[in-house]
Design a protein around this ligand. Sequence first.
Ligand code: ADP
Ligand code: MG
Ligand code: ZN
Length: 493
Amino acid sequence: MTSAIATEFEPVIGLEVHAQLLTTSKIFCGCPTAFGAVPNDQTCPVCLGLPGSLPVLNRDAIEFGIRLILALGGRVNSPNIFARKNYFYPDLPKGYQISQYDRPLGEDGAVEFEFDGERRRVRLIRIHLEEDAGKSFHPETADQDPDTLVDLNRCGVPLLEIVSHPDIRDPREAAAYMQQLRRNVEYLGICTGNMEEGALRCDANVSVRPKGSSEFGTRTEVKNMNSFRSVERAIVCEIERQIGLLESGDEVIQQTLLWNESRQTVEPMRSKEESSDYRYFPEPDLLPIAVAPDWLNDVSEQTPELSLERAARFVREFGVPEYDASVLTDQKGIADLFEDVAREVSDAKLVSNWIMTEVLRVVTDRHPSVETLPVQPPALIQLLGMVRSARISGKIAKDVFEIMLQSGEAPEDIVAKKGLEQISDDNKLTELVDDVLNANPKEVTDYRGGNTKVLGFFMGKLMKASQGRGNPKRLNEILRERLGPPGGEQKPE
Ligand code: ADP
Ligand code: MG
Ligand code: ZN
């Protein structure tokens, strides 16, 4: 951030986040919601908005919303009411979006998260349900039809909109808030949290004010960020633009801006509409939704442990450092894997190191999620069990892991087939040491003359001679025994 932000102005940020719900069908019809289908294949008269069709509410959409509201300590409104939000857009065939307005599904509650080593709490205004609109494409290449294309598969996919109070003061904090929401919806099983696929979207409301001022400045709304990083960048960019305006005596105009990822700039989209422009009114085709207390109790009882609680428990139960616990709980699948493996392999730090390095590298680079990883808990338990009992070295284990990923074979089988077991037999190890010492008399003399650095040289030779299979701890001990004390016997008086 520029120094101007740090000194004279304070940013004020409030986020509106849309989470696409993981229901199998749409919110008001039976069409499937799967991502990436053939355009316009997943549509019916209801989601196409054909005259005479009527919406039928999907119970799961309500339940998923309730899960999040309760998990965040919010209040569920009974009844809550759907409303029509009227506007024209080519990807909105009905001419209105069914949303919620003055009786949303939920109100209040807060998102808690770690930021710069501190616990932060951003309060929520409301959480409501609405239907998604379609998608417009504007092909620009010469060989494509230059007209705009519309895909209506997304029409009627359920969205949960989570609106925060303007409690955020730093673009990095905004990204951290988004990350925590992503973990929460993933742990609750209501949304994939995938920003790149648009399953989690963020509109950032941004204003700046002189430091110490208690009034908010005029805000703008920035849309179209498709990663956590671009949320942060877009907000930084908008803060700088607003400060520039104020410093040169201009005013900030309330408007909606689009983040341009390739140019890394914000660009005006439209002047900000007021809610009165939408002519909201209660949706006449849907009844108010009463939520029975029993339903709330059931959902509440099933609320799973979320990431922050789980991280704290990992520290308590497994004794891993806080840093490890936060990395391990970032994705639910990884946290499950750690827990399954650490219960069986009685060295939680070994398991944690392995998951944080080897497993996460593979998940990040080659497999989109831990669920599709070909290495599941039983295989990892077997592999790390062999490391723990010194049957194979840590280094060999990495090679075995790679083979497991490629072939799906069990680690025991790979080790047996390839003869990778660690050599821990003292006779064999002593033989190896003697061979290496005999072959390198100059370094032996150096060591005995006081140069202990050659120990590393000998260990390198020994690991090479044993093809990485010599037990390094025993080799080191035997080596020192055979060499005698450094500089001991030969030092002339
Ligand atoms: P709308 O529906 O028009 O977008 P809302 O009242 O629902 O308006 O608020 C939208 C978001 O704007 C909320 O997240 C809120 O925290 C944020 N917000 C309101 N005022 C400001 C401000 N002055 N600066 C930054 N964010 C703000
Ligand atoms: Mg808004
Ligand atoms: Zn449909």
